[in-house]
Write a protein that binds this ligand. Structure first.
Ligand code: HEC
Length: 147
């Protein structure tokens, strides 16, 4: 019993390095996820200002909707500025959790509307929801991202 406790303590002590690695990959994954969201928004913008191909509108909006549902998981505790990693995420994300949840929720709700509009294939409807979606990105970035 005592031996097991000591072994457990040794594991806890040596996992310090692993935790530092985790924060680094959490930040990397978050930024990659945000980049993916940005890439799909750009694809949507270009399509709306180009051939308005309904298949592409559906593809981009669908991807944004899926990614929007993952945004809360991009921000695990310990992946903020206190981690020492290069991140623009503000510490407020983890102190003002209600406000951050609301910002993420507003984006997810709007992404669902964007996706619904894209399923109709009507570019005008997508255009309207695109503007509203961009506003929800800005709503969160203004409050929770360092510039
Ligand atoms: C709930 C908050 C939230 C929402 C909603 C949100 N973002 Fe972000 N975004 C952030 C934060 C915080 C960062 C900074 C992440 C970091 O540096 O660790 C970020 C970073 C980014 C980045 C930079 C990634 C990099 O390479 O470092 C891009 C691009 C981006 N967001 C695009 C978007 C777009 C486009 C939308 C909307 C369609 C959006 N975001 C919605 C919080 C949000």
């Amino acid at each position: 019993m005592k031996r097991a406790l000591i072994a457990g303590l040794a594991i806890a002590l040596t996992s310090g390095a692993a935790l530092a690695y985790d924060a680094a990959s959490q930040v990397k994954d978050r930024q990659a996820g945000m980049k993916q969201i940005g890439g799909n928004m750009k694809g949507l913008y270009d399509t709306l200002n180009g051939d308005k191909d309904p298949a592409k509108l559906k593809q981009y909006a669908g991807a944004i909707n899926t990614l929007a549902g993952k945004v809360p998981s991009f921000f695990p505790a310990g992946s903020g500025p206190e981690s020492g990693e290069k991140t623009k995420a503000k510490a407020d994300i983890w102190t003002d959790t209600a406000g951050f949840k609301a910002a993420a929720g507003a984006f997810a709700a709007q992404a669902a509307k964007l996706n619904a509009a894209a399923q109709t294939g009507d570019a005008d409807k997508v255009q309207a929801e695109f503007a509203a979606t961009r506003a929800t990105c800005k709503g969160c970035h203004d409050k929770y991202q360092n510039h």
